[in-house]
Design a protein around this ligand. Structure first.
Ligand SMILES: C[S@@+](CC[C@H](N)C(=O)[O-])C[C@H]1O[C@@H](n2cnc3c(N)ncnc32)[C@H](O)[C@@H]1O
Length: 264
């Protein structure tokens, strides 16, 4: 695992899309269009994956994933940070309780599509901002968000442990990390296939790792797992990324690790 200092530092391109700029210690808007970390070999941009993403997900969204997103995000409220926001497939699920939405998206091709969707979608929270920083190094104050959202992201970040640690740092006491992620199978045979296919799968899926034990990462973090349901992604995306989890962890909240419940 990398230490926080291992991630290159730079001024992010922090763009308020509507309403007010980001508060807290987020850098001011209007940085340069391209930044040091964009050139870092650890950070790759994926123009083809970004261009195809909505089409790749379309069947899956229609087969029930959209409802899972809506169900999870109905809990989002106050100041919300979504990490790895992609093309913005969660945007339409944020309700009026969300007063400020900060969308973190470090892939410039994804971010361009995200901005297009923000411009086209309404209604949106009063303040929406796109920040092009990686989730392993959040440019925000400690305890400055009510919710952090991660959907299909912990499979792709460079360092899931550091990402969850950063989410925990920026959450206010009682705040929640909401997640909907595909994960390593608990079936040994499928898990072995996920291991075998890990590298080639990443080539055409934006660096996604199908074999990560995300529940273990969540349980090892300083956040309290409140709900962690195991389920299955709609079969449209194939068996390698079928096993999924749905749930949330809270910062200093109640504890109930319901690992065997199934909702989606
Ligand atoms: C599979 S897409 C998921 C997009 C969106 N969250 C969704 O639910 O459709 C994964 C996203 O994570 C982003 N990502 C990859 N590495 C990241 C990192 N280190 N920090 C934040 N986001 C990252 C990618 O650019 C991509 O947009």
């Amino acid at each position: 695992m990398k230490a926080p200092g291992d991630y290159p530092r730079s001024e992010p391109n922090n763009t308020p899309v509507n309403g007010a700029a980001v508060t807290g210690n987020a850098p001011p808007p209007g940085g340069s269009a391209q930044h040091d970390w964009c050139d870092d070999p650890r950070m790759r941009h994926h123009p083809i994956f970004a261009a195809l993403y909505d089409r790749l997900l379309a069947l899956c969204e229609r087969a029930g994933f959209r409802e899972a997103r809506a169900d999870l995000l109905s809990q989002a409220h106050g100041r919300v940070l979504e990490i790895g926001a992609g093309t913005g497939l969660n945007l339409s699920h944020y309700a009026a309780d969300v007063t400020e939405l900060v969308l973190l998206e470090p892939d410039r091709f994804m971010a361009a599509r995200l901005r297009d969707r923000i411009a086209a979608d309404s209604p949106l929270p009063e303040s929406v901002t796109v920040v092009d920083e990686p989730a392993e190094r959040l440019p925000f104050d400690d305890e400055s968000f009510d919710c952090v959202v991660s959907t299909l992201v912990l499979c792709t970040v460079d360092d899931p442990e550091q990402t969850v640690a950063e989410a925990a740092r920026v959450l206010r006491p009682g705040g929640k990390l909401l997640y909907l992620e595909h994960v390593r199978s608990t079936n040994e045979r499928l898990a072995r296939w996920q291991d075998r296919l890990d590298v080639p799968w990443g080539w055409f899926s934006g660096g996604c790792h199908p074999n990560r034990d995300i529940p273990a990462v969540l349980r090892a973090s300083r956040l309290d797992v409140e709900r962690l349901d195991h389920g299955e992604m709609p079969k449209e995306l194939g068996p390698v990324i079928r096993p999924m989890i749905y749930g949330w962890s809270s910062r200093g909240g109640g504890l109930d690790d319901g690992t065997n419940r199934s909702t989606v």
